[in-house]
Design a protein around this ligand. Sequence first.
Ligand code: ADP
Ligand code: MG
Length: 240
Amino acid sequence: MLGVENLTVRYGAQPALEDASVRFVPGTFSAIIGPNGAGKSTLLKTLVGLTTPTTGEVVFTDGGSVQDDVAYVPQQQTLDWAFPVTVWDVAMMGRTGRVGWLRWPGRADREQVAEALRQTGVYDLRGRHIGALSGGQRQRVLLARMLARDARVLLLDEPLTGVDAGTQEQLMALLRAQAGEGRAVVMVTHDLEQARRWCDHLVLVNRRIIADGTPEEVYTPRNIEATFSSSHLGHTHAEA
Ligand code: ADP
Ligand code: MG
């Protein structure tokens, strides 16, 4: 289980997240949903240690370490798409850490990378320079890099931005299958309807956790209003 307990994160005076407690468990496809500025990215960054809690804590109880067992796809990609590497090289970064390899990849690494590229539908593009890819192909390559890590927890921050509707459905099915294999899959999204169809755990957030549970429990007019109506910001509570 990876989660946060009574997490508050302040960048300045105003908290980005306040007293948030939420858990993500193996075998579950979770969606974190909320408007711009709700603290969604802050929650993921705190889970992977890129942001420090002001108060509260990150809890990881599955043994191992966040560093070894959690794969993270950030929202604003820092990858330099002009860098002269191929699709294969980027996916291999999931195994070796970065370009300018820390270690020489072995056969198991190559098999893992090939499988990740097949799963995301870009194996045939493996020799192509990443600068020559469309936006949707780039997102697939980033997902392949994440899958290549073979981590037990997958955290994705709006991974379907710029991806066409048909491909979005394919990638949601892929992520759901990852949860079916026993991974904890956590995705940040704006798309409540899509999350409701594909995910078995929804977390509505707007600076506080507004609601947390199954789609049936969470998807109520009152919760949706509390999450997306800015007049409620900071004055909202989950339904009993
Ligand atoms: P979301 O991902 O839901 O859009 P974020 O977690 O990115 O929200 O941001 C939550 C709030 O914290 C926003 O008001 C944002 O402007 C602020 N914020 C995020 N990162 C920083 C930062 N590094 N420094 C200062 N403020 C930040
Ligand atoms: Mg964000």
